[in-house]
Structure formats: C-alpha cells, structure tokens
Ligand binder design. Structure first.
Ligand code: ADP
Length: 604
C-alpha cells in the first residue's frame, strides 16, 4: 500500500477523527476549567481585600479633608500595610498620592503609578479593580475604594496586591490539564487504532476477495462470523460470489458451446461490429473464402472480405440491413454460396453490428441441375419411342392395317419400341431403388471365377452373333471368393460385357480376365472395339450419357447400364474404372474386395 493510500485509509481517518474529537473536547474543557479557576481565584482575592478594607480601614477613616491629615494617614497606611502585606495608596481628588505604604510614591501623581482606569472608575464612586503587570514582571491587582465624606468621593484608598500566586495556581492547573490531554490523546490513538482495525480488517478481506474475483478466482470464501453489519456484508458477499461464480460458469459454458458450434458449423459465419471491424469469423468462412490471416479478429471487414466480391461489400451489407437484411448468391472459384446477412442487436436493442452467413450450395445446385437434366433426359428418352409408336399406330389406323405385310412390319417396330421403353423403365426403376437403398443386397460367399465364366458363357451367344471372340484368359480352376450379391454382380458383368459386344465391330475380340491383387479381386474386360475419346471417358458413368446417341439407341442401349454398374460395385465397396483409346479399344476394370479368410475354401 502506498503512503498516500495508507493515510487515506478509513483506519487512519478513524484514528484522526477520534484524536481531533478528544483534543477539541479536552481543550475546550481545559480552557473552561482554567477560566473558571482564574475567575474564582480573582473573585476570592477581590472579596477578601474588599472585606478587610471596608470593615477594618474605610469604616475608621473619618477625614473630611484628606490633605490636612496627611501625617496620620501615612502612619495609618504603614500600619495597615504591616497587617495586609500589600502596597497601599491614599489618593486625593487631584490624583496626588497623599500616603503610601511605599514612601517613594508619596506626593507623586497617582496616574503615573496606578492604573488610570481604576482611578477614574473609583472617583466615579464604585469599587474598581484592574489586573496588570508591573515593569518588574510581577502580576498585580489594583483595587480602588472610594473614600466618602458627606456623600462626596473625596479620595481613593487603593490596594495593589501581588497575584503571582494566582497565576502560579493557574499554571499548575494548566500543566495538569495538558498532561491529562496528552495521556487522553495517547489512549485515544491506541484505542481508536484497535477499534478501527476491527472495522477495517474485515473490509480489507472483502476487498482482497473482490480483487481475486476480479482476477477470475471465485474459489475464495469470506470467513467473517460477526453478527453486525460487516458480518451481514460478508454473508451477502459470499452469496454474491456464489451467484457470480455460477453465472460466470454458465456464461463460459454457453460461450464454449457457442464456440464449438461456430467452429464446427458447416456454414461460414462472420460477425462485424458497427465500425466495420470483424468480431469473429469462423473456420468454415475462412476456408470458403480462403482467408489470410488465420485470426482475422479486429481486421477491417471491407479490406479482408468486402473487397473479394461486390456482393460482399460492406456498403451492400449496410444497405441490405437498412431494408431488414438481405440475401445474395456468390460464385467464387467454382463454388456457389448463398449469402444471408442481417443486423444483430444488444440487450438494450441498440445496433451491435452485422452477421453474415455463407452457405455452400454448390452440391445442392449441382443436384438440382442433375435432377432437372434427369427429368429432361427421361422425358426425351420416353418421347422418342412414344413418337415412333404414335406415328406407326396412326399410319395403321389410317389404313395401313389393311396391308398385312406392312401392318406386321409396323407392329414389329411398335413392339421393339415398347421393349425399349420397358427396358428404360426397368433400368430407371432399378436406379431409383438403388438410389433409395430399397434394393437389399443378399450377400453370399461367391466364387468369382465361376460367376465370371458362367456370365461369359451367357454373353457368348451375343458375341457369336457378331462373330466376336469372347475369351476367358484366366485360370478358371482358380477359386477367388468375394462376399457379394451374386445377381447384382452378374448384372454388372452383363452390362459391361454387353457394352463390349455392342461397341466392338464384327469379328472383334473380347478378353475377360480375373486375378487377385492384395485383398482385392480385379475383373478386366478388354475389347478392341471403337473405343472412347479421352474427353468423353470421364462422363460415361453419368446417367444417360452416351458417346454416340444414335449408335447406342440402335444397339438398344438406354445410357444407364454403366451408371447402374457403378452404383452396384460401389455398394460392394469396390470400384469400376474405364481406360480407352479411340479406335483401339476399351478396358473396363472392376475391383471387388476379396472375402476374408474362409473356413472351408472352394465350396460353391
Ligand atoms: P448404353 O446403354 O448406351 O450402352 P452405358 O451406360 O452402358 O449405356 O454406356 C454409356 C456409354 O459409354 C455408351 O453409350 C457408349 O458410348 C460408351 N461405352 C460403354 N462401354 C463401351 C465400350 N466397351 N466401348 C466403347 N464405348 C463404350
């Protein structure tokens, strides 16, 4: 504690107040006592002399003319002085000293020897007195008694008494009072320091606890047991501490909850204060906008984010907020974001800044586009056979039905178009079931060599029709087991093999291979057909994507075969890839996980 603080403390103030209080009281009492004592002493001196002078001296002084009796007056005065032991003077009406206990003063002007005021008041007819100090330093009291004759004041009998003993008594009394005062002040100081300590000590511990609370430590409890105001203050303080501790821990919990939410939310969020500075920008936002630095708090929003795109500019946000918030679409680096923003307010309803949310809607937009394309594709795929069917049936109805040969030809076309629609609807249904995971996989341990061999055998009929050579180049005896839905994988194989047949010219060659690689089985279907352009290759697994639409349709393709195959293989935790060279041929690689170690190998 600094010196100034120490002297400003309540403790020292209490000591000072007590000190001053006692000092003032004692001083006033002292002055009063001394005054009273002095008055008492003086009064007793006065009454003492008055009584003696009036009874013993003035009563016997019956001179009409004082000057005429100077000699006897002088003798009397000296005799009285013997008994009174004070200086005595007899003064006539001309202020001349007629007689005195001290002969040196005789005949001198009384105004030079005695106090002028006393003499004047004495001649006015009253007993007058006055205190003074002689040039020798002795304090004296002069009392003048008028000497009357025939109702007239003819002279004064003056007595000058040495009152040093009165002052000595007063000085002694003053000494006693001063000593008492000093003792009282000492006791007061000690006692008030002790009392003040008993008051300030608990206040200090409250202050210390408050200080540690301000530093964030709420663990300290006050231990003041007294039943007075300070005790109650401590009680209330402890209650307050508990409440504050709880409230702060609640706030901290909320804060950390909010922080976790902000840190982990998928949408980007930035809060801006009314001065346009960033209060918080969550990691999602920093990622979405590829922001530097990592901790953008306190940076200017316009400089860090607003400048990235006019849509995000701080002015646009302010304008939008003035109209009750807004939303925009932002396209950046191939991603599409939905931007929403609005003002947020503090508890008092004052404007506290702007919150901006950034939602990555790229996938949603892509999906919406895919859905739109899908519907357009399906409509288109259905429209073509429907138009054909409609035009042939109209021709038949218009009379062609009469010509049996033409009618049969037309009906054949209608039939094949209906078949195409049927295939399309079947493929679509299957895709829809796969999409919605309605198709339950019936997994069995299956020998892939056998499955592949049997499927190749089924497809050989098609290949032979085009005079193609479909050859299994793997060891058919080698058993490779995988946990698969046999029918679905067979469908995949059929789709891939039929594509190989479809897109390979007559007399072409199709090699089918199977081998294990690590924990996986690789199925290869290699043809030397028309191949696919490198540009088109990545899109062949898309729904309805066909390199050559007319050719595919002519071959009875729906454009869904590879999409279905990919879906099924991926559901088996495998993959399907395609390598191709335009005009040279295509290689389809299907990878499937091998079954974990079997107890009884090779059983089909
Ligand atoms: P489709 O029913 O048209 O065959 P797919 O989904 O099975 O549909 O195949 C998509 C497209 O990929 C086909 O239209 C074709 O252009 C191309 N394609 C598929 N397999 C081969 C292949 N082995 N050789 C050349 N092109 C192929």
């Amino acid at each position: 504690m600094s010196q100034t603080r120490k002297w400003h403390s309540i403790r020292w103030r209490i000591v000072l107040i007590y000190f001053l209080l006692v000092f003032i009281v004692m001083a006033v009492v002292g002055v009063f006592i001394l005054g009273q004592l002095r008055d008492y002493q003086m009064a007793s001196v006065r009454s003492n002399f008055t009584k003696i002078v009036q009874e013993n001296i003035l009563s016997g002084m019956a001179y009409e003319d004082l000057s005429a009796n100077r000699e006897s007056l002088q003798a009397d005065t000296e005799a009285w002085a013997q008994s009174l032991r004070e200086e005595l003077f007899v003064v006539d009406g001309d202020f001349r000293i007629l007689a005195s206990s001290n002969r040196n003063f005789v005949d001198r002007n009384a105004l030079d020897v005695l106090e002028q005021g006393v003499l004047l008041r004495g001649f006015a007819g009253e007993i007058a007195e006055e205190d003074s100090v002689l040039s020798s330093g002795i304090p004296v009291k002069t009392i003048a008694f008028p000497i009357r004759s025939g109702g007239e004041t003819v002279g004064l009998f003056c007595l000058r008494a040495d009152i040093s003993n009165v002052y000595d008594t007063l000085e002694n009394a003053l000494n006693i009072i001063v000593r008492a005062l000093l003792l009282a002040l000492l006791l007061t100081t000690v006692l008030s320091a002790v009392i003040a300590r008993s008051i300030t000590e608990p206040i200090n511990s409250v202050t210390e606890t408050a200080e540690s609370m301000a530093g964030g430590d709420f663990s300290q409890e006050l231990h003041i047991q007294s039943d007075d105001e300070i005790g109650r203050l401590a009680q209330m303080f402890n209650l307050l501490r508990g409440e504050l501790d709880k409230t702060i821990s609640d706030i901290n919990n909320e804060k950390s909850k909010l922080k976790t939410i902000l840190e982990n939310m998928v949408d980007g969020l930035v809060a801006i204060d009314p001065d346009g500075r960033i209060i918080h920008a969550n990691p999602a936002l920093r990622r979405m906008l590829a922001l530097e630095p990592e901790e953008p708090e306190n940076a200017s929003y316009q400089e860090l984010i607003g400048c990235l795109d006019p849509v995000l500019s701080y002015e646009v946000l302010q304008e939008g907020c003035a109209n009750g918030g807004g939303q925009e679409i932002l396209e950046k680096d191939g991603s599409i974001f939905a931007v929403r923003y609005d003002r947020f307010r503090d508890e008092a309803g004052r404007d506290a800044g702007i919150i901006l949310l950034l939602e990555d809607i790229t996938e949603r937009q892509k999906l919406a586009k895919m859905q739109k394309d899908f519907v357009a594709n399906v409509s288109h795929e259905l429209k073509t056979p429907l138009t054909t069917i409609k035009s042939y049936t109209e021709t038949l109805l218009d009379g062609a039905v009469e010509d049996k040969e033409t009618a049969l030809h037309f009906l054949g076309i209608v039939d094949s178009e209906a078949d195409r629609m049927n295939r399309l609807v079947k493929d679509l249904l299957q895709l829809s079931r796969l999409d919605h995971q309605q198709e339950q996989l019936h997994m069995t341990d299956c020998n892939l060599s056998l499955l592949l061999k049997n499927t190749v055998m089924k497809m050989e009929v098609l290949a032979k029709a085009k005079e193609q050579h479909m050859i299994c180049i793997f060891d058919e005896q080698r058993r490779l087991y995988a946990l698969i839905d046999k029918d679905r994988i067979e469908q995949v194989l059929i789709n891939v093999l039929s594509n190989a047949v479809k897109y390979t010219q007559e007399g072409g060659r199709i090699d089918v291979d199977l081998y294990p690689q690590g924990k996986e089985a690789k199925i290869l279907v290699i043809d030397n057909g028309i191949g696919i352009d490198a540009e088109e290759l990545p899109r062949v697994f898309e729904r309805f994507y066909r390199v050559d639409k007319a050719r595919s349709r002519e071959m009875g393709g729906t454009g869904l075969g590879l999409a279905i195959a990919k879906h099924i293989v991926e559901e088996h935790k495998g993959s399907i890839e395609m390598e191709s060279q335009k005009g040279k041929g295509t290689k389809v690689i299907i990878t499937l996980p091998l079954a974990p170690d079997r107890a009884v190998p090779g059983i089909e």
